[in-house]
Write a protein that binds this ligand. Sequence first.
Ligand code: GLA
Length: 658
Amino acid sequence: MPSLRDATRGRVLFGGDYNPEQWPEEVWADDVRLMKEAGVNSVTIGVFSWAMIEPRPGAREFGWLDRLLDLVHAHGIGVVLATPTSSPPPWMGALHPETLPRTEDGSVVNYGSRQHFCPSSPVYRRYAASLTEDLAARYADHPALTVWHINNEYCTHCWCDETAAHFRRWLASRYGTLDALDAAWGTAFWSQRYGAWAEILPPRRAQYMRNPAQELDFKRFTSDALMECYTAERDIVARHTPHIPVTTNFMPLWSGQDAWAWAEQEDIVSVDVYPDPKDPRGGQYNAMLADMTRSQAGGPWMVMEQAAGPVNWRAVNHPKPAGLNRLWSLQSVARGADALCYFQWRQSRQGAEKFHSGMLSHAGESGRTFREVKRIGAELAVIGPEVSGTGVPAEVAVLHDWDAWWSSTQEGRPSSLVSYTELVQAWHGALWDAGIGMEFARPGSALSGYRMVLVPQLQLLGDAAVDDLVAYVRGGGTLVCGFFTGVVDVDDRIRPGGMDARLRELFGIRTVHEWWPLDAGAAVECDGFRGTLWSEELEPDGSAETVAAYRGGELDGLPSVLRKGGAWYLSTLPEPGALRGLLVRAAAAAGVRPVLEGLPAGVEAVRRGGLLFLLNHGRTPAVVELPGRHLDLLTGAEADGVVRLDRYGVAVLRDVSA
Ligand code: GLA
């Protein structure tokens, strides 16, 4: 199987989406000149080129693409070649309106933007396959080709009749019989029992709350339907070029694709990362996406897109202050990225993204953005060969799961203020603040290699995953689990007692009598900290230690945090400092230490390969005491006991004490 290594060949890939079809060909020569100047060694081409390549049904206009690939190749730049199937040309929607998606209430999502295809449409799939076939045949032997990029950010949902038929086929293969489906969906409730497959619909707009199990299955189905589109194109390109790795770029922390399942179908796992420059926790968010993608990849991964400056899709789009692009870029490399690419190379002058930054912004080659890009390119040329292909060790795993995420978003739940992704971010952030390295794992994957496993929240847990957690703790592991976990089974059916019985035994809980969600901004006093968002009326079974109890209010005196051997249960969300304190305490008990002790606030330390990255997320300079002698690969300077970091500064250090 080809891998990212085949594309990087000992380097870190550096470049971005290149959309030269938006520019007269005279500009291309300028592009490649500046790419060379910036150290760009990879460009992603063709993402939105369908209408250029196939201007009429069945037509093929490859001439411009031939010239382009030849040009970049002549300059030693590799090509991540995209199948342009995320944005069908207008003729498809006009000729075949059934390829256009429909929303939950039946309205048509028209062409005129992008991603306007129904994943279940056989007509769309036929055109996409035919174009992919011809593209792959034409460029299979082109020496510039390094990676296949299938489609772009698969994110389309559709509720049309074709989708309904496809959904029924998917359900028939999952359940076999209507009786099994009725049982799984609990259709005895509200007279929802189905008498024929043909009666089943995607969860379209309805009078009141919809069946949550039906919604859960529709999310599973949609992820699978999109994946069929992906694998169909992947199989075509792989037939032509079995030696070229294939990827599709994930959206960051996006619920629509089960990334664990998708990653298994990719040679390279890639993601688009857009932390908000204004967000003081942007560095932590960037770290979390890196950890997630590296875990899905099981090793080095690819930043397919990031922004050199502002995006244009937030309410207010802030630019990156000097140094921030470099900081987050090198942070991704520290956390395992072997490819660092941007959306996009040259900032557009027309179209919906003309205010979205590019590596080469409207300010041109003398602009600050491009100068910083050049600096990053030059630095990657130095550290790339040192880090490429190396791993990032972690003794802690955070469990993350799409089924649990999907089930947590249903209507009619105890609190709509609880956000699965915010909980994952809060727990990841607590470890990040504590300087403890981590990765993500999927429930059901091997856990025995980790000293500590964290479950911020997994509302839905299958039986095997529950058994795994129990076995992990029995085997000596440390498990810290957040509230409202193990509440439903794989069919979204409630487990009696407020939590799976095996988990209750593990944590020393006899019964969860009630969940007591908290109002926005409210807090509940606990011993030594304040809990937010949630609390629980727990009856312990006497086998666990009460680490903290609720004080005051309805739950006065009841446990808020329990510990039974290696199993910890947090029935509330402690405020950030307290959550960090509890996780550090559990980590210490598990023998897990921070990457580096005693770091100043805002400084992150990551070890990758034989190198130590120090990253200053603070807006003021920082001084790090580091025993021994270290060579900073970025400056060539040696640090003797002390490393000084500018605001947003980075040092990439090799220990040369010996
Ligand atoms: C996504 C898309 C790109 C571009 C960027 C803008 O990541 O894949 O085509 O639209 O967003 O941030």
